[in-house]
Design a protein around this ligand. Structure first.
Ligand code: ZN
Length: 287
């Protein structure tokens, strides 16, 4: 099945199952936007994962010793396809399509002309770069200009987990708190509809933002947190943070620092300070 071209409906069904697993293992709401769910854990779409493995297999075929029988079979089928594309189905046309998709076809052309292929580790890096570039362009085209998620989604390296999961991997004792922060982050961008605050009954456009920065019932937690920030970083950092929009303040607490704050702290230190506040907010408001 994997070596025949999957139809759009096949891909869609596989992607749905993949997204469900990604959300389940992070214990985040099922209504979380796909872009943030995948980006938070540093994962590609399933189609890209399948393509990556096909490309690696293709690289192995091109670099295997010439006397191996399956290399001869591969070369013969490749020649047959390039001579008359309509006579060959399955693996060869599929890999040619994928090579074009990630702008890697010139490496096949070079292989056909010279019989030589790039070394294994170089090919692995080229595949990674090609897929990351493709994913980056896809994310940008889906989010569009001005989408607040563009500040949060790591398009430079979509294969690296968010700082919250990185911190939790190094500090197992705060795994639960980090998971709470990931839930808040996902909800903040996914529940963009008007809701009641469960405590003060105010109608709000963004319940996570309200609970973190506006609700009178979180005043005490908030004041404690701001005092911690002033104690660690001073009034200058606090002033810079407090004058940002609530959405941007929240992103800072999740470890996404703008350049103006990165001179005061780094993402991991910021997360270590904010994690208790975020966990408390999640519990208090049952988010
Ligand atoms: Zn409230």
């Amino acid at each position: 099945m994997l070596w025949n071209r999957l139809l759009p409906n096949d891909i869609l069904r596989l992607e749905r199952a993949h997204r469900l697993c990604i959300k389940y293992i992070q214990d985040i709401p099922l209504r979380t936007k796909t872009d943030i769910a995948l980006n938070a854990i540093g994962c590609l779409s399933l189609e890209s994962e399948i393509d990556k493995n096909k490309l690696r297999f293709f690289g192995q075929l091109c670099t295997v010793q010439c006397h191996k029988r399956f290399r001869s079979v591969f070369a013969n089928r490749l020649t047959a396809y390039l001579t008359n594309p309509s006579t060959v189905e399955g693996f060869i046309p599929d890999i040619v399509r994928i090579l074009h998709k990630y702008s890697l076809f010139p490496f096949l052309e070079s292989f056909l002309q010279t019989g030589r292929f790039v070394v294994k580790c170089r090919w692995k890096e080229l595949v990674r770069t090609g897929i990351v570039d493709f994913e980056r362009r896809s994310i940008h085209s889906r989010l569009g200009e001005g989408d607040p998620l563009t500040d949060l989604v790591n398009t430079d390296d979509p294969l690296t987990p968010c700082i919250l999961w990185q911190v939790s991997a190094l500090n197992g004792h705060i795994l639960r708190q980090c998971q709470s922060a990931v839930v808040l982050m996902c909800k903040m961008f996914s529940e963009t509809y008007r809701q009641y605050c469960p405590r003060c009954c105010v109608i709000t456009e963004n319940r996570v933002i309200h609970c973190m920065f506006e609700c009178i019932y979180s005043d005490n937690e908030r004041n404690v947190f701001w005092r911690i920030i002033i104690h660690h970083y001073g009034l200058e950092m606090f002033s810079a943070l407090i004058t940002m929009s609530p959405m941007n303040q929240a992103c800072v607490l999740f470890g996404y620092l703008p350049d103006t704050l990165s001179t005061h702290t780094d993402a991991a230190s910021m997360v270590m300070l904010s994690i208790r506040f975020l966990h408390r907010i999640k519990l208090m408001f049952n988010l």
